[in-house]
Design a binder for this molecule. Structure first.
Ligand code: NI
Length: 135
């Protein structure tokens, strides 16, 4: 059920917020505020080492010595945490690996750091999301 409440904002802040809403293509202030609040809650889940979900993306050169093998080994070491793995052969040399990972925030972060730091990984990101328990 939706509940209404009113918010008081300074003129300038409200004008900036309305600009933000336009830029981000929100249809109304409520939806934008809901998302901002949820974003803070997701941050808290990660900060408090709760059960989270994340997406790790890795771009690497599969010709680089042992990069592919190391990526596979690390995934098998953490197979309980990895929900899915998608591999895209981007061009002759480069591969994109997308992993959906679920577990304690600290574990997900550690796994992500290990993969991104591997030699041969040219670009790596961890997108931090939520299992939606606290949203
Ligand atoms: Ni490939």
């Amino acid at each position: 059920m939706l509940k209404r409440f009113s918010v008081s904002l300074e003129d300038g802040l409200l004008a900036d917020f309305d600009e933000f809403i336009k830029r981000r293509q929100y249809t109304n202030r409520s939806e934008a505020i809901r998302d901002l609040i949820r974003k803070e809650f997701v941050q808290e889940e990660w900060g408090e080492d709760k059960e989270v979900i994340g997406v790790i993306t890795l771009v690497y050169d599969h010709h680089q010595f042992q990069t592919l093998e190391r990526i596979n080994e690390i995934q098998h070491d953490h197979h309980q945490m990895i929900n899915s793995a998608t591999h895209v052969h981007m061009d002759h040399d480069n591969c994109l690996e997308i992993l959906i990972v679920r577990g304690r925030a600290s574990g997900v972060r550690e796994l992500s750091n290990r993969l991104i730091a591997l030699r041969g990984v040219k670009d790596g990101h961890l997108a931090m999301s939520s299992t939606a328990q606290g949203l």
